[in-house]
Design a protein around this ligand. Structure first.
Ligand code: SAM
Length: 272
């Protein structure tokens, strides 16, 4: 898998465009306001303090593997610090999630894969009028995430504990109309496609779907390509570590690999 990620990274880098090649007005604005902004928010510092606490937490929890598993962590008796060091989205990725939610003023956000609650905290901090619905299979991890949310004073996050297969449809029905999706759990082709198909009827023309770890494995890249090939997907942005798709019908169908700017995919994803 490591070899696949390294090979894919070089291919991505070779084929990628930079912000200077961006033609469309919509994409240009997305680059300026979401990808290339250096705006820092007070929330970032508070959430990163929580991440640092998790990274030094030596408490052990028994966890179950629901997804494709961790490359680094083989034991199911894990230190919170180990999970925090290997499973969470890096600050640069979390800031992109925040900027998307903030720029498009997303009110209903669905996340698959809460883990210790860091990315959900970024998403929820972008707009206090939003509700972030986040799903996590492991109850010990989910309760740590809730502690993080509480410590940050975030009241707009709803954590649902249990397998995605058992809960996703019910949560989608509760939300009814989803503004933003972050798919960050169960990194396998069939699972990712099944979750996408479950979620899709609850999306609307302005929904933004972010798929994590699209070069984690050949299966994840296949899933990403199948999503971008869908007729109702207009713009797809490949940032190597994450893929972002738009369903807006007024945008012409386009697939672009973008070398991000402040966001550093070479720091993440390759070995995670
Ligand atoms: C990569 S972590 C999420 C990281 C988090 N989004 C962040 O960046 O802070 C993925 C999480 O999804 C959970 N997960 C994976 N597959 C699952 C499934 N099929 N059902 C329920 N939970 C699952 C795992 O237990 C893990 O905690």
């Amino acid at each position: 898998m490591w070899w696949y990620r390294i090979k894919s990274f070089f291919k991505f880098y070779w084929l990628a465009s930079t912000k200077y090649n961006v033609q469309s007005k919509f994409l240009h604005e997305f680059v300026v306001h979401v990808l290339d902004t250096n705006k820092n928010y007070y929330a970032f510092e508070k959430i990163e303090n929580e991440r640092n606490k998790l990274k030094s937490n030596q408490e052990k929890v028994d966890v179950s593997d629901y997804g494709a598993g961790s490359v680094e962590l083989k034991s199911n008796h894990r230190k919170i610090a180990e999970i925090a060091n290997t499973s969470l989205s890096e600050p640069s990725k979390c800031k992109i999630l925040f900027q998307i939610a903030n720029h498009f003023q997303c009110k209903t956000i669905l996340e698959l894969g809460t883990s210790l609650g860091i990315s959900s905290s970024y998403l929820a901090s972008a707009n206090s009028n939003s509700v972030v619905y986040t799903l996590e299979g492991d109850s010990s991890i989910a309760s740590k995430a809730s502690e993080v949310h509480q410590s940050l004073g975030l009241k707009n996050i709803k954590v649902t504990v249990g397998k995605f297969d058992d809960n996703l449809l019910k949560v989608c029905r509760d939300i009814e109309s989803i503004d933003m999706v972050f798919l960050d759990g169960h990194h396998q082709r069939e699972a990712t496609m099944a979750y996408y198909e479950t979620i899709r009827p609850y999306c609307h023309a302005n929904t933004i779907i972010v798929v994590d770890d699209i070069y984690w494995s050949a299966g994840m890249t296949d899933a990403w390509q199948m999503i971008t090939d869908k007729k109702d997907v207009s713009l797809s942005i490949d940032l190597y570590d994450i893929g972002i798709v738009f369903l807006k019908s007024e945008l012409s169908k386009q697939f672009i690999r973008l070398v991000p700017f402040r966001y550093k995919p070479w720091k993440i994803g390759l070995f995670g």
